[in-house]
Structure formats: C-alpha cells, structure tokens
Design a protein around this ligand. Structure first.
Ligand SMILES: *Cc1c(COP(=O)(O)O)cnc(C)c1O
Length: 305
C-alpha cells in the first residue's frame, strides 16, 4: 500500500494506479451490415482490476478526496457491485479506509466481489432492503458520516455530478466523429457523462436500460446533467426483465459474440448492450452510413460467479 501525496493531478493519480488511458477503440467486423461502422471503446481494458466506467466516475471524486485529506469513504452497492469493487481497490491503494454498505446479508456466503474488498481492508456493513432504500436520505447520510473523522459518502454506482467530467473524457479521447454513441444504463452517471461529453457536437447518445426503469432512468440522467439537452434517449426493450436478470437467449448471444469478436462481455451490462445493438441493426434502426460507437464499460469481475 502507498499514499498518493496531496495536491496531485489526475495524471499522477492514474499513473499511481496504473490506469491505461486513453483506452483503445476497436472496429467490429460486421459482414451483414457493410454500410455500418461499429466501433467499441474498450474501457474494459483501462485496468486489470478497476472496472472501466467505475474509474471514469470515481476519478475526480478521488482526486478531490485526496486533496481534501479524506480518510474514510462510505459507499453503497449490491453483493456483486463493480462500483464497490473498484472503489475498495483504489481506497486500498490510496491509503483511505472504506465502509461498504451492502444490500442483503452475505455473511455466510461471501461473493468473489465481497471476498476481494474484504481482503483489501473494507469494512462491510450488511443492511436490509429498507435501510438500503435510505441511501440517498440526508439524515441517514449525515449519521453515517458522523461515525468517521474526515469521512465522505460516495453514492451508489459512483453516480453523482462529480462523475461527469471523468466520464466525458471517454468522448474527449475519441479520434473521430460518431453519429451515435451507445452505453448501458444502471445508475445513470455514465450516460450523463457521455451526454455532457458530446454537447456542442452533432453526436447522439443512446442508453440501453439494464433494469426496468422507464421514466426513472431518464429522470436520473436529467438530474445529473448541467444543461437540458435533447440529443439522447434510453431504450427500455433490452432489460431482460430486470437488473442482473438473464435468459438463455442472452447467455447464448454473449457466447456467440465472444467467439466472433474475441471480446469478453458479461450479461449484466455489456451483454445487454451488444444484444440491443445486434437487434437494432437487424431491425434497420441505424441509417445506412452510420458510424456507431459502443462503450464497453468493463465489469468483468462480476462474471466470476
Ligand atoms: C455500473 C456499470 C454500468 C452502468 O453505469 P451507470 O453509470 O451506473 O449507469 C455499466 N457497465 C458496467 C460494467 C458497470 O459496472
């Protein structure tokens, strides 16, 4: 373990953690659609442990925490959370202690994710659904913060306004223009950051909802955005009945995709997004000549069980 000294730049922070940015862009071979360009921004390759879009969302929050001499970070997630996993790893490396508030009780049945974060020194607190639902409640949050000196709370998924500038760097790293940029949507910080990143361009942004959240997800995105914009939408047809729910069809698709493109995906986020893209392509949703960019957000640690 080592500390990143204060007042460091994000460059130093990324270097200290071995973040491999900018992430590469790969073109998928799609013989059935010769007039479509389908590229993938490989944020799954940003780091071997830290899940791609979770780093993007945490980057400036962690820089601020380090400059503010924060000593403890509290955050929230489920038993397989890519966010808690990424945060616990970075906290461990940066010498910040952490509490993970986890929905459900895995005391006798640790997931690989919980095993990792516990090995990295995270304090794990299991809460029931009702308590977990209070994760945005002001009283609950100040109660939590008061238990620690120099503590802060980072919201579920790392999605907050502070996350936008880190995520928008996905767009700023691009070397060419895309008509449409596509990403999965869970807690919405990623989509909001991409929308923020393409403002002042003609790119459109399409989110694929990975949970039943029509209306709700749009509201989350809008809440994070500094300005109203109409260059984005969320498709709700590919959630497969809910968060982390799957079907044999989705599992089969993921296997075929991996065999064809040699890119590992998982069924919770990237699998649903690529399934959606495949289905939308076959329905002629994208005009001929479209240059499409899909964001591979990572999340492969969640695949372990
Ligand atoms: C969390 C996550 C998402 C969803 O991002 P949000 O900002 O929560 O909408 C997408 N992909 C992966 C791999 C994730 O871990």
């Amino acid at each position: 373990m080592f500390n990143v000294p204060n007042s460091q730049s994000t460059f130093d922070l990324q270097q200290a953690l071995n973040i491999d940015a900018p992430s590469p862009v790969h073109t998928l071979i799609t013989p059935d659609y010769p007039n479509i360009q389908l590229d993938v921004k490989r944020d799954d390759l940003l780091h071997s442990v830290i899940s791609g879009n979770k780093w993007r969302k945490l980057k400036y929050a962690l820089l601020k925490a380090s400059n503010d001499n924060v000593e403890h970070i509290i955050s929230f997630g489920g038993g397989y959370s890519n966010h808690l996993h990424a945060l616990a790893f970075t906290c461990h490396r940066l010498g910040i202690s952490m509490t993970a508030i986890v929905r459900g009780d895995y005391t006798n049945n640790l997931t690989p994710m919980l095993n990792d974060i516990s090995a990295w020194g995270s304090n794990i607190q299991y809460v029931d659904r009702k308590t977990y639902q209070r994760r945005e409640n002001k009283d609950y949050i100040s109660e939590l913060i008061q238990q620690y000196e120099r503590g802060i709370v980072i919201p579920e998924g790392g999605s907050q306004s502070l996350a936008l500038s880190g995520v928008s760097e996905i767009v700023h790293e691009l070397q060419q223009f895309y008509d449409i940029i596509i990403a999965p949507v869970g807690s919405a910080g990623t989509l909001a950051g991409i929308i923020d990143g393409v403002s002042n361009t003609n790119s459109k942004v399409l989110g694929i909802g990975v949970l039943k959240g029509q209306g709700y997800l749009e509201e989350l995105v809008s809440r994070f955005l500094p300005n109203e914009s109409d260059n984005w939408q969320i498709n709700h047809q590919y959630h497969f009945a809910g968060y982390a729910k799957s079907t044999p069809e989705l599992v089969d698709f993921c296997q075929r995709f991996e065999a064809q493109h040699k890119i590992t995906i998982e069924p919770v986020y990237s699998g649903k997004m690529f399934f959606a893209i495949d289905d939308l392509l076959s329905n002629g949703f994208f005009p001929s000549g479209s240059r499409i960019l899909a964001i591979h957000t990572g999340g492969l640690q969640g695949k372990r069980s």
